[in-house]
Design a protein around this ligand. Structure first.
Ligand SMILES: Cc1ncc(COP(=O)(O)O)c(C=O)c1O
Length: 418
């Protein structure tokens, strides 16, 4: 099956093309719904727009946004390194054929066993988060000759305008060494004493950022930290990473504007600079196809339930996230409906969506912008099997990259004692 003839192309930079009803029916027939659909063309367009900055920057894909093996391999093939935040994400990268040397290890509470695994695999860089972790790394490294690059994660004390649940750079943040609390220089000292040769600074102040002011403030603070490090440890600092975080919504800054806000604010130009976007790489490239499973009218309002819900997209419940929803069967007459999932909460997914007045059970709804933090956050709540994921390649080929979970998969790790 190919998809190229079945789409309506829009500006590829901004949004994925939409698919038509006939093609969506074929996808449902072959793969079932709910179904995650990822458009390679859009991931490629997003990557190009990050790469288009006319200066050398190190680009890492934040695995957590969509850690499907084929997606990891795709970014690695393109020359991006991978930001991994757990042993599981590192193992996913390795399983996808990515070298550990091309992975950078994050996490605010890394386990000794994870550090041992990462070091044993030959991890390229560790972004250390706390004093105890520095001691753990030193104890793991022991006689090992190849010590990876070491950066310190810093909480600069900056609060971007975003949902509090994804704001990570403030003075009260659980992440990294707090600059306002005076932890950064002692951490650099300890890392040096332990022989870990720290060489990088890293700050990721949050996600869904559309406000360049916060990025500038963070870069300015990193500049102060860099100056302090330089005065105490001349020439030790080699790299600064400004994290990920670029939001997806209408009117967000371009990747270039986003990067320049940090690069132009940071006072030094003689270091290696890096970014690690996740959401902005894949969110617009993904869509979810649902079938309508129930329709009711309550107090005049149309309530539509689809065959998925918070188990395949917990973001509306977690963050009040909003999505564009497109009914694929078109109709001259539409009305507003609230779209629910079929879980045992209210599970309100999408509010005030225009749907055909004659909407029927089995009609297909396409939800745009679900490529990030959906498949990766999916669960088996209510014993729902997690959806399949297809990759629509630029060549026109439709490739299954994650099959639908089976009930056998789900029960495989459970034990009935006696
Ligand atoms: C350290 C780090 N880097 C990068 C990212 C990616 O952020 P985003 O998906 O908003 O670009 C995250 C997200 O949690 C993160 O914690």
């Amino acid at each position: 099956m190919t998809w190229l003839k079945s789409v309506t192309h829009t500006a590829m930079e901004k949004a994925a093309p939409s698919i038509d009803l006939e093609f969506a029916e074929k996808l449902r027939e072959q793969f079932g719904t709910p179904l995650y659909i990822l458009f390679e063309e859009v991931v490629a367009a997003k990557s190009s727009s990050w790469e288009a900055i006319n200066q050398p920057v190190h680009l890492s894909y934040a695995t957590k946004a969509n850690p499907t093996l084929e997606v990891l391999r795709w970014f690695a093939d393109r020359g991006w390194s991978l930001d991994v935040a757990s042993e599981g994400e590192l193992r996913a990268a390795l399983t996808a054929g990515v070298s550990a040397a091309d992975c950078r290890f994050h996490g605010n509470a890394k386990l000794q066993s994870e550090l041992e695994f990462a070091l044993g695999a030959g991890i390229g860089e560790i972004i250390a988060d706390n004093m105890e972790e520095l001691e753990m790394i030193a104890s793991c490294v022991g006689g090992q000759t190849a010590m990876p690059r070491l950066a310190l994660r810093v909480a600069p004390g900056v609060n971007p305008e975003t949902n509090a649940k994804i704001s990570t750079g403030g003075a009260a943040s659980k992440f990294g060494f707090s600059w306002p609390e005076g932890e950064v220089i002692p951490a650099w000292e300890l890392a040096t004493e332990l022989g870990l040769q720290p060489s990088g600074l890293h700050a990721h102040i949050g996600s869904q950022i559309i406000d360049l002011q916060a990025s500038k403030e963070s870069a300015e603070t990193l500049g102060q930290i860099a100056a302090e490090v330089e005065s105490r440890f001349p020439h030790a600092l080699k790299s600064v990473n400004f994290g990920g975080g670029l939001g997806v919504a209408n009117g967000v800054p371009s990747p270039k504007e986003y990067m320049l806000a940090s690069l132009e604010t940071f006072p030094r130009k003689d270091l290696e600079f890096g970014f690690e976007p996740g959401r902005s790489m894949v969110a617009d490239a993904g869509k979810t196809l649902y079938s309508v499973a129930a329709i009711k009218r309550r107090q005049g309002k149309l309530l539509v339930s689809v065959d998925g819900g918070l188990s395949d997209n917990p973001r509306p419940a977690l963050y009040g996230a909003k999505y564009d929803v497109e009914p694929l069967r078109k109709s001259a007459q539409t009305e507003s409906a609230d779209i629910f999932g079929r879980h045992c909460e209210t599970d309100l997914l999408f509010e005030d969506i225009q749907v055909p007045t004659d909407l029927e059970i089995g009609d297909l709804l396409l939800v745009h912008g679900t490529g990030a933090y959906n498949a990766t956050m999916a669960s088996n709540y209510n014993r729902f099997p997690r959806p399949a994921q297809v990759f629509l390649r630029s060549s026109g080929e439709v490739q299954l990259i994650q099959r639908r979970e089976t009930y056998q998969d789900m029960f495989a790790r459970e034990i009935l004692p006696r």
